[in-house]
Design a protein around this ligand. Structure first.
Ligand code: DQA
Length: 159
């Protein structure tokens, strides 16, 4: 079964009590439960990580290439600052999707730039909890397509 690495960045452990007017009442536990349910329907396995530490996130991505087929990441505040996470995503070579609960392009100026998105295949922002579910669906569809293209290329080479 394909494995997806899910990373929640800093302060997301506080969801449900943190800036409720921006992020809503949903907790990280509820997001993870919804993701697990979606993953089951999609036939993939998830490994979930929440960390407030940039280095821990970089380390986890750095060890992901062999084990995982893709990365779903909400880098939270590191979205706007972290060259290290961007480089880790680029280096691991896995397709990654960046997600945000809030609509980052409608918020403060400093949130309107994502350092990490250029290392991702796509970004989903502003749908609350659904950003994660849409991101997971898109990522799994993308991975299945690469698999089909790889199979077709291998079949052409055999001819
Ligand atoms: C966030 C948006 C970021 O700007 C912020 O620092 C977060 C959460 C979101 O999911 O909307 O912590 O990534």
């Amino acid at each position: 079964m394909k494995k997806i690495l899910v990373i929640h960045g800093p302060n997301l452990q506080l969801l449900g009590e943190r800036e409720v007017s921006v992020y809503g009442n949903v907790t990280l536990k509820e997001i993870n439960e919804a993701l697990e349910k979606e993953a089951q329907a999609l036939g993939v396995e998830l490994v979930l990580l929440q960390s407030n530490h940039e280095g821990a996130i970089v380390d986890r991505i750095g060890h992901s290439a062999q084990e995982f087929s893709g990365v779903l990441i909400n880098p939270a505040a590191y979205t706007h600052t972290s060259v290290a996470i961007r480089d880790a995503l680029a280096a691991c070579g896995l397709p990654a999707v960046e997600v945000h609960l809030s609509p980052i392009y409608k918020r403060e100026d400093f949130r309107r730039h994502s350092m990490t998105a250029p290392a991702c295949i796509a970004q989903v922002t502003g749908f609350g909890k659904d950003s994660y579910l849409l991101g997971l669906r898109g990522l799994v569809a993308y991975i299945s397509k690469i698999k089909i293209v790889k199979k077709a290329t291998a079949a052409r080479k055999r001819k």
